[in-house]
Design a protein around this ligand. Sequence first.
Ligand SMILES: *Cc1c(COP(=O)(O)O)cnc(C)c1O
Length: 403
Amino acid sequence: MISAEHLESRPRTAGRFPISPAAQAFKRRFYPAATSTQWNDWRWQLQNRIRTLEGLARILQLSADEEQAIQRHRGPLPLGIIPYYCHLLDEHDPTQGLRRTLVPATDEYVRTPGEAIDPLAEDENTVVPGLVHRYPDRVLFLATGFCAVYCRYCTRSRMVGTPTGTYELGRSSWERAFSYLEEHKEVRDVLISGGDPLTLSDEKLDGLVARLKQIRHIEFIRIGTKIPIVLPQRVTKAFARMVGRHRVWMSLHVTHPDELTPEVTEACDRLADAGVPLGSQTVLLKGINDQLDVMRKLFHGLLMRRVRPYYLYQCDPVFGSGHFRTPVKKGLEIIDGLRGHTSGYAVPTFVVDAPGGGGKIPLSPDYIVGREGDDLLLRNYAGKIYRYPDPGEDLGSGPNTPP
Ligand SMILES: *Cc1c(COP(=O)(O)O)cnc(C)c1O
C-alpha cells in the first residue's frame, strides 16, 4: 500500500486562518494593537494599506532614492502595500527583490527606448470602457481599477489606482460591456481582470460572474488576480465556495518563492478544495526572479499548492520599467533549464505580449537543430542530438532551419 500521508501534511485550523511565525513577529512589532481577528480580516488589511511616505518609513528604512520617488509621485499607480505583505519586505535592503516590486524607485521616471504608456495598445482594442477585445473568441474584462498592492512594473499603470481619471472602470461601465457581449456571439471566453477583481465584495463579484453566465455563448470564465498571493486572507471559505460554485478558473500573479507562505498555502488549498482550477502568471523581472533556481523553486512550490504554472511574461515595455526588464534570451534560458529537467507541469509558456497589440507570442528554445535528408535533427533537454524520420517535409527557411 502506498501511503499518501505526506500529501496531507498541512495543519488544519478549523475555519481560522493561519498566521505564520514571521507574520506574527511583524504584526507584534508594527501593529501591536491589532487583534488576530483584525489581522486576518481582509478588509482590515485593505483599510490599513500603506499609502504614504510616513506610513512606509515607519516600517522600512527607506533609501534617499525611494523617498524621492515616493515624494515625486503624481497620478495613477500610487504607492500601495498591504500590511500582511509588508512582512516579506527586507527592512534594511532597498535592493531586495520583493521590495523593489512595490516600493517606487526614481528609475520609474526614466523612459527607455521603445517604452509606451499603453505598450499593448489595449486602449485601441477597447470596444466599450473596460472591455478589451483583441482575440477572435475571448475578451479581457477590466472589472475595477483598484488593486490591493501596486506593482511598479504594471502594464496598466496608466489606469490603475485612480478614483477619477480618463478610464471608467467599475460597475458604472459594466452594463455597456454586458450589452456588447450579448451582441458578440463569437465571444466564448471572458477573462475578468483589472485592477484586481478580488478587491470587489463577494456580492459584486458573484453578481458579475452570474451575469456573464446568463450570456449563452460564454462558456469559459476566468479571473486574473494577485490577491491570493498578497492578501491571502481575502480567500474566506465562503468566497472559495462561491467561486467554486461558478466553475470559474483562476490565474494567480506570483513573482517569487518567498511569497509562498503558510497563508498563501491556505488560500490555494481553499480554492483548490472548492474545485477552482488554478494557474499562475509570472513576470520575469531583472534581479528579482531572473535566475533558474529561483524560478524552479517557485514553479515547484506552485505545483505543490495545486497551481499550474501558465505564463511566464517578458516584462512589457511600459513607461519607466527599464530597470525591471531582462533580455528575452534570459527567459529562453530559464525555459531551457526547466523543460525536460523537471516535471513538464512545472514549465510555463514564456510569452512576449506584442507591443502594438499583437497579442501574446510564445517563445521557445530551439529544439530543431536542422535536417539531414529525410531526417529532422532534434536536440533533447540534455543537449544530445536525435534523428527523427520526417520525409518530404520542407520546414521552410525559418530561424530553426539552417540554409
Ligand atoms: C492575455 C489576454 C487574453 C487571454 O489570453 P490567453 O492566451 O487565452 O490566456 C485575452 N485578451 C487579452 C486582451 C489578453 O491580453
